[in-house]
Design a protein around this ligand. Structure first.
Ligand code: BJW
Ligand code: ZN
Length: 248
């Protein structure tokens, strides 16, 4: 399935950085953002994932997040997540950078995780910034409030908002320092995350993409593997490090 060049390159890598997107969780049953399947009640993510939309209609935006919180709390990490967790022990340095807010990489066992876009199970007060980790699903028409009286919002990064600077800096440092970079299950259209594979490429890393279809960056990368991450990653782990996650 994999070329000798690919196997030798991965085997010799000592520092790996991985960027994941919604596609890694698709096989767990979490919908992606773009494409027909990414639509929720006919809304595009760009229409709901911004602060103006929240202030215009916080109940609607909370309804979307409640729906996703519930769904995420009921699904499990898939073999793609598990393979990425196993990979962490195979090399000297390993960074798992994710755009996902679903927490499935942590549940699969990864330790060095950089969550670029926050976490859906956390809320933050729009007035005082107080954070709260909760699994609560709020009743329709009821807005979650902070002890200060301010409205709570999901602690995620919306369009037009800055990513947490310490996490973003660590992600770029990992992309600059690694010798092998994986871009997995992301359409690579949302910046600054989409710049990470290109940064790694420009710094001399070997860059591999895993996706069910080509993306806007495929042509620039060393290798583009077309396939489901939940199938390709366990196979890579087996062929390269002899680890069979089905036997665990
Ligand atoms: C499989 C599979 C399987 C399926 N196996 N694969 C530079 C250029 C142009 C624009 C900008 C730029 N810099 C900044 C911008 C603006 C903007 C942006 O990027 N816009 C573009 C869309 C044009 N960026 C921002 O606003 C960011 N902030 C920022 O830059 O701040 C500085 C600033 C401020 C003000 C002005 C200017 C600059 C913030 C971006 C925040 C993104 N937030 C969201 C929501 C998070 C919360 C939540 O989850 O609700 O993040 S939007 C959504 O998109 C979410 C995702 O993390 C993100 C990326 O999506 P992802 O993961 O790639 O998913 P999909 O659905 O697009 O793709 C899934 C892929 O999986 C597909 O390719 C499938 O084929 C594949 N797949 N099944 C493998 N089984
Ligand atoms: Zn508050």
């Amino acid at each position: 399935m994999f070329s000798n060049r690919l196997i030798e390159t991965i085997k010799s890598a000592r520092k790996i950085a991985v960027l994941t997107g919604a596609g890694i969780s698709a096989e767990s049953g979490v919908p992606t953002f773009r494409g027909e399947e990414g639509l929720w009640k006919k809304f595009r993510p760009e229409e709901l994932a911004n602060f103006e939309a929240f202030m215009r209609n916080p109940e609607l935006v909370w309804e979307w997040y409640n729906y996703r919180r519930k769904l995420i709390s009921e699904v499990q990490p898939n073999p793609g997540h598990v393979a990425l967790a196993e990979m962490e022990a195979c090399v000297d340095s390993y960074w798992l950078i994710t755009q996902n807010v679903d927490g499935l990489h942590r549940r699969a066992g990864n330790r060095h995780i950089l969550e670029l876009h926050g976490n859906i199970m956390r809320s933050r007060c729009i007035t005082c910034g107080q954070k709260e980790e909760t699994l609560d699903m709020f009743e329709k028409g009821e807005l979650p409030r902070c002890t200060c009286g301010g409205i709570m919002r999901p602690d995620v990064v919306w369009f037009g908002e800055m990513l947490p600077s310490d996490i973003l800096n660590q992600a770029f440092q990992a992309a600059e320092a690694c010798d092998l970079f994986f871009s997995i299950g992301t359409s690579a259209v949302v910046h600054p995350a989409a710049s990470l594979p290109i940064t790694a490429l420009n710094q001399g890393a070997f860059v591999i993409e895993i996706n069910i279809e080509p993306t806007v960056i495929s042509g620039k990368l060393h290798e583009s593997i077309i396939g489901k991450s939940g199938e390709v990653l366990p196979q890579l782990l087996k062929d390269i490090w002899g680890i069979d996650i089905e036997c665990r």
